[in-house]
Design a protein around this ligand. Structure first.
Ligand SMILES: [Zn+2]
Length: 132
């Protein structure tokens, strides 16, 4: 079922579903940025900076792949996309140590507990719009 769409070869059904998830997010971002640009009298945007948490359901690679198709024909056609990753940090509820969930496989590196509170990493936001 592999075929070309938005320059991406879909390998599995899951891959396609995930890709569409990111595509709708990118479209929403483009609409938001265009609205903000209009409100602020901007006609051209040099760079768009997105922040994506390590623990969010958004896959940065897919965002980058969807981006050119989403901005095609819009005022953001020449806008550079920059993605900043935010670490997925948590605090251990047992010993109160803060640690990175991804690097430590979801376990506190000090006491081994999996009982923790997520502090950051679920974000997805427009951090900055740089005008030309
Ligand atoms: Zn701990």
């Amino acid at each position: 079922m592999a075929g070309f769409e938005l320059g991406v070869v879909y390998v599995t059904k899951d891959e396609r579903r995930v890709q569409l998830h990111e595509l709708s997010i990118v479209f929403a971002v483009v609409r938001t940025v265009e609205r903000l640009a209009k409100q602020n009298g901007l006609t051209k945007i040099d760079t768009l900076v997105l922040q994506i948490g390590e623990l969010s359901s958004v896959v940065p690679r897919y965002i980058e792949e969807c981006y050119p198709a989403a901005v095609h024909g819009t005022m953001m056609q020449d806008t550079t996309l920059r993605i900043e990753m935010l670490p997925g940090n948590a605090m251990c509820k047992q010993c109160k140590k803060a640690f990175n969930l991804i690097k430590n496989d979801g376990r506190c590196p000090d006491c081994g507990s999996k009982d923790c509170e997520i502090l950051s990493g679920k974000e997805f936001m427009i951090k900055e719009i740089v005008a030309c």
